[in-house]
Ligand binder design. Structure first.
Ligand SMILES: *Cc1c(COP(=O)(O)O)cnc(C)c1O
Length: 232
């Protein structure tokens, strides 16, 4: 049986310990419960255990699930996003973590602009330089940010990464460090309208290392909700 409340409490303890190790304030780290492939009832259960932020990766699944969740949760979209599906996220998500190209940013700008609103986004960086992964190449990041920063209905809030999988979280540390350093470099440019306040990194297997390296948003699924049946 799942015990979501106990899992959440344990993850908060582990985040706090990682903060102590690295001299950080635990209030700087927010936990996103990744509920992809899990039903609305489990989202509600986690909410009633005190969890407020939830992450989804698949647009169609999110469209089906979101109306079933009546608790006032805050949704974050963290998965790969096709431009023609942005419209389904409008008015429904607080932040999109996976902006990695201009065409996608332009469509978010267009959709959010329809209501005169501003969409909060993170730039996804392909830190592992993996051909199979989405994300902007680290070398292209500065130019992309400068261009996106011109869009009036979009606000850049920071960076996100999904590093190569490794069984040992220490192997992932250099990628988290690289994302933090990129964020510091961009921040030092003081680009108008660009904030580097958020670093979205760390998942079930490596969130403590991510916190030690500066994560402000950790995205944890399996350690809260249990294993997922692999989505095909
Ligand atoms: C699924 C997913 C997660 C959560 O992964 P777990 O290993 O289950 O914690 C985090 N980030 C993204 C982008 C994901 O797609």
């Amino acid at each position: 049986m799942n015990n979501i409340a106990a899992n959440l409490a344990q993850i908060h303890d582990r985040i706090e310990t990682a903060c102590q190790r690295s001299g950080r304030n635990p209030e700087e780290v927010r936990l996103i419960a990744v509920s992809k492939v899990k039903p609305a009832e489990l989202v509600e259960e986690a909410f009633h255990a005190g969890q407020k932020l939830f992450g989804e990766s698949y647009v169609q699944e999110f469209r089906d699930k979101q109306p079933l969740v009546t608790a006032p949760v805050q949704w974050h979209f963290i998965g790969g996003l096709q431009t023609n599906k942005v419209k389904y996220l409008r008015n429904k998500v607080a932040m999109i973590h996976s902006v990695d190209r201009l065409s996608l940013a332009e469509e978010i700008n267009r959709q959010w602009g329809k209501n005169g609103e501003i969409g909060d986004v993170l730039l996804q960086v392909n830190v592992g330089d993996e051909a199979s992964k989405s994300g902007c190449a680290p070398d292209d990041l500065k130019n992309l940010i400068q261009t996106i920063a011109q869009l009036p209905h979009l606000r850049i809030c920071g960076l996100m990464c999904l590093p190569p999988h490794a069984d040992d979280p220490e192997q992932v540390r250099p990628f988290f460090k690289q994302l933090r350093e990129l964020s510091e470099q961009i921040d030092s440019l003081q680009l108008p309208g660009v904030s580097m306040a958020e670093l979205s990194m760390g998942m079930s297997g490596d969130f403590e290392v991510a916190v030690e390296e500066g994560a402000t948003l950790v995205r944890v699924g399996t350690a809260i909700f249990g294993a997922r049946i692999k989505k095909v």
